[in-house]
Design a protein. Sequence first.
Length: 664
Amino acid sequence: MAIKNLLVANRGEIACRIMRTARELGIRTIAVYSDADAGAPHVRAADAAIRIGPAPVSESYLSAAAIFKAAGQAGADAVHPGYGFLSENAAFAQAVIAADLTWVGPPPDAIRLMGDKAQAKQAMIAAGVSCVPGYEGNDQSDETLIRAAAEVGFPVMVKAAAGGGGRGMRLVDNVDDLPAALALARSEAEGAFGNGALIIEKAILNARHVEFQIFADAHGTFVHMGERDCSVQRRHQKILEEAPCPAMTPSLREKMGTAAIEAARTVDYRGAGTVEFLLNDSGDFYFLEMNTRLQVEHPVTEMITGFDLVALQLSVAEGSPLGFTQDDVTLTGHAIEARIYAEDPGDGFMPSTEPIALWSPPSGVRVDAGIKTGGQVSPHYDAMVAKLIAFGDTRESCLRKLSAALADTVLFGPKTNIAFLADAIRREAFENGQATTAFIDQEYGEAGISRALNGAVTPQDFAAAAVIGHLCGRARAQVSALDVPAELLDWSSSSARPTIAVFDADGAEFQVKVTAAAPGQYTAAIGTNALDVEVDLFSGTSATLRIDGTPIAYRFFDQGIGELFLSRGAITHHLIDRTRQRSTAREMAGGGAVTAPMHGRLISIDVDQGDAVAKGQRLAVLEAMKMQHEIVAQIDGQIVSVTATAGSQVAADDLILEIEPTGT
């Protein structure tokens, strides 16, 4: 049956990506969204959008009832689950089919079997597919699991039988640490998947994580589309993926591809799926699991095969044959995907959920993203916000393109892993195609990624920040002035008057004194060090400055409140100008209506209705971007209303209180 109205039961970049193909095929798309995503890109990309509940996933994207209600309201005749959320929920898939809707995914029985690592492994062993030695039995007592681990031999992996994504997974080096690891893994698995069952596997260290993309239709055709190397991971979650695998040979590809197809055929699979293996340096490979959905990293396969995997999913779901065989699948060139996360690599990759001040994707590569300037990284959902996918005729040319793209990517607001990705792909082991699942530990150590990865702020950066801040302030002043000729900018009737910026960086203060020397030319003095800065380009959020004769390209975003984001290549700095911040605080409450100058949380409101206030008196304190900003009165008067409350979140321009000026 032809699909006409497709509901995408997901959010973010994958929802946008599915809708892009559906639109090209002439299929009407329906988005669903939580309250946190009301203005999100995937909502705007769809032909129709239905609210499905509050921000928590249990009340929105994981609510099958809410999804079905939305499908009925919007007239959907098909459901695509994307990845994550309900994509591997066999009961949901069965319910979609029972509701006489087209399910864009594999049969529920295949999802159910492959979603349980223990059952999947038992099925693969029965089918003759090589598996990692271990225990996948029904007896889940600690005694049995500990005995099984001893028989397998340490180190071992403890894994949740249900689910994935690194949750419920622990590497255990010795028997003494196993009881605690079992308790933690079981608790994590129960919380994440509602199933605390565990399996034990021999830990295959320094191996590659290699997966095969398979496709099957309802007419008996099974093909694989080559492999992806997904070895570079942190906390068992992938961050860099490439196709083909640098260590692959034609004969090994044939063996692993045949095993992947056999795994799919064993469970009567249909649609897109991924069979994952561990590959050691001797060429031995072991079945890990099968993901019964579209993978995050599917674009690299699309780049080297020329197939649109979402289009194939939709076609197979409609009952059409694939229309090609294994002989028609060819691999051309090389593709690498880098996942951009809103997280702090210097703090154990902890998520970062600040507002997005500026998102500017690079050119020259494919970008799959689900964010926008002015949006918000929500704490309720996964921290992955975008993917860069580079393609080249060779792996070397692909790497060059990806490196350039990372240097040209701007994501200001939350902390990100962009600088880490740029560093990782330049490491010798990765450049030479030798990265294994131990790559991050071996390259960066157990202590995690040093905060120094982003690099210290250089004198050139301070000079650039001060000059850019001066130019931005000058531009704002010119807008509010009347008919100021350009030739009078930076002009003074007396001796040149400097602009002073005092930056906080790494716990220290740095004063920069900017003085105009000539049109477009400045001197930036940092202590006794004076740098000549010539402005070659200044436009919007880009600047090219010639600092002591050396051209340096910067991207920036000036908050206008003494905060400046500044990037040089893949390195981003968030600088606070204390001088401008104090000036801004004095200007925050200039009239009768006192509004929030930015998104943030009101720490306190220091006045009540009826209070008399004097110019300069503190009215409230706003916490934004981890800084506290005083909001002060600029007029004398009386508080006539207080509309906000302490502890609440406010958006930029939200009304906080009103002052009736004295004498009116």
